[in-house]
Ligand binder design. Structure first.
Ligand SMILES: Nc1ncnc2c1ncn2[C@@H]1O[C@H](COP(=O)(O)OP(=O)(O)OP(=O)(O)O)[C@@H](O)[C@H]1O
Ligand SMILES: [Mg+2]
Length: 482
């Protein structure tokens, strides 16, 4: 079990396949080739910042979800944590240890992917125990008197030299000063490590296979927790998608990792199975109490599973918070729109403080005077008595049919376009003006409105959001009352 710290983590892709292991020969070839070419040809515009300044502290045992649209850098971040992807800049700590230059297999991390990647010719049992059988565990080397044996760690130095080569390569490709600075810093850190390990004998290890009975006990334990004891003799082809994903989880579990990384593990399953597997994974986390990091682009998955959620967009973290806080207090319009279905309504409004009221003019000219004491705290600069154009956000379920006695200035008259009866809720698609934008209202009670009818609506003030039109940042605090 372990906590993680991500400090100013960057990933810059240079436009070349960084996964390929680079050799000195390749580097020499490249330099020779470069000298032969005209400089113009060498100019590349392949630089791509996939993750920008990611900062987070993850407590031991948390269930963290990374969520965001396709291409926002979720997989890249999780792969950097696993060590499958080099970190361009910043520092990654696992259990307080800087792991930037520690090989993936030494990070004590298990990763589960979308594709289960089970061996088809092996039974479930064989799939689960496969890695354990291959694995050799380090045992501290002692001399005959039981004293620790120290030696220069040549393997470590070799790994670091490979890293150094990769960084040198990236440095050559780097297009801009910022990336160059990040990589130079990394280069210096690795050189320092090489120097240290070259001159400092460290504890030597011997590597031993795990005992057969220990492996069997681990497989039995995982099978019991996952409820797959009956399946152990089956091959993947004889199993359902959910069962296969359970085997993949078992394979990760038996390694007893400090951290579980799961990259969209359920996206190959149908909706019903996904919902049940979702709960299984949450239960598994409750049982193991290990740190989990789970990647998804499905906000429902994120809301139901995470103790905290990281919302990302274009490589930049938008907000890190609990599911309810993200829902209730989004820091910006993107988070507000991304979390929750149906999506939050966004309306262009003009606001002006008038005594104890916030005079709010909507598209089409209707005005509602909201009670300032009932609204969440508003950025003081907006309450200077002048008129300000902002974006008002309100979720469909926080809009209600106005009471018959509602006073003028407390409601909006809207026109119903379409009504959808979903059973438990009824959704009204309404407009504030002819040809204007369509907004959605989610009602828990049924009604007799028909298309074209006027529907008189009020907003629940506590759930009104205001966003800056330019920066899209929230203009409100979390507590109510102005
Ligand atoms: N090896 C690579 N070389 C260059 N660019 C890459 C490489 N791998 C990923 N990228 C780019 O980095 C960005 C982030 O990719 P990433 O796979 O992290 O996204 P993601 O959030 O996991 O998306 P998805 O939900 O589609 O899996 C994307 O724009 C992608 O095109
Ligand atoms: Mg991905």
């Amino acid at each position: 079990m372990a906590g993680l710290v991500l400090k100013h983590i960057y990933k810059v892709y240079s436009g070349r396949n960084t996964q390929k292991k680079r050799s000195i020969k390749a580097l020499v070839n490249k330099i020779t080739k470069k000298q032969e070419q005209k400089p113009a040809v060498e100019k590349r515009s392949g630089k791509f910042v996939a993750v920008k300044d990611f900062n987070m502290e993850i407590e031991d045992g948390e269930f963290i979800v990374f969520v965001g649209p396709s291409g926002c850098g979720k997989s890249t971040t999780i792969r950097m944590i696993a060590g499958l992807e080099d970190i361009t800049g910043g520092e990654l700590y696992i259990d307080g240890v800087l792991v930037n230059d520690i090989a993936p297999k030494e990070r004590d991390i298990a990763m589960v992917f979308q594709s289960y990647a089970l061996y088809p010719h092996m039974t479930a049992q064989q799939n689960i125990e496969f890695a354990l059988k291959l694995r050799k565990l380090p045992v501290e080397k002692k001399d005959k008197d039981g004293n620790p044996v120290l030696a220069i760690d040549k393997k470590k130095i070799k790994e670091l030299k490979q890293k150094l080569l990769n960084v040198q390569y990236d440095l050559e490709d780097a297009q801009d000063e910022e990336t160059k600075a990040l990589l130079s810093e990394r280069k210096a850190a690795i050189e320092k490590d090489i120097e240290y390990y070259s001159n400092t004998p460290v504890q030597a290890y011997v590597y031993r296979h795990m005992k057969k009975e220990d492996i069997a006990a681990k497989v039995q334990w995982a099978a019991k927790v996952l409820g797959i004891e009956e399946l152990l003799d089956n091959k993947p082809a004889e199993m359902s998608g959910g069962q296969r994903q359970r085997i993949a989880l078992g394979r990760a579990m038996v390694r007893g990792p400090k951290v579980f990384l799961l990259d969209e593990p359920l996206s190959n399953l149908d909706a019903k199975l996904r919902a049940s597997m979702r709960m299984e994974i949450v239960k598994l986390h409750n049982e193991l109490k290990t740190t989990f990091i789970y990647v998804t682009h499905d906000q429902v998955e994120a809301m139901t599973m995470g103790t905290r959620i990281v919302v990302m967009k274009l490589g930049v973290v938008q907000q890190i918070d609990t599911p309810t806080n993200l829902y209730d207090y989004p820091d910006n319009k993107f988070v507000a729109g991304f979390i929750g279905t149906p999506q939050m309504n966004f309306m262009d409004v003009k606001i002006k403080k008038s005594g104890s009221k916030l005079k709010t003019e909507f598209e089409g000219g209707q005005v509602v005077n909201f009670d300032l004491s009932k609204l969440r705290k508003i950025d003081q600069s907006l309450l200077d008595g002048g008129e300000h154009e902002v974006t008002l956000g309100i979720r469909g379920e926080n809009i209600k049919i106005a009471a018959a006695e509602a006073k003028s200035g407390s409601y909006l008259d809207t026109t119903l376009s379409v009504k959808e009866i979903l059973g438990g809720t009824t959704q009204l698609f309404i407009k504030l003006s002819e040809g204007g934008a369509e907004y959605i209202v989610s009602l828990s009670e049924r009604n007799d409105y028909m298309s074209g009818d006027t529907v008189r609506l009020t907003f629940d003030e506590k759930y009104i959001h205001l966003f800056d039109k330019e920066t899209e940042l929230s203009l409100m605090g979390r507590e109510t009352g102005n």
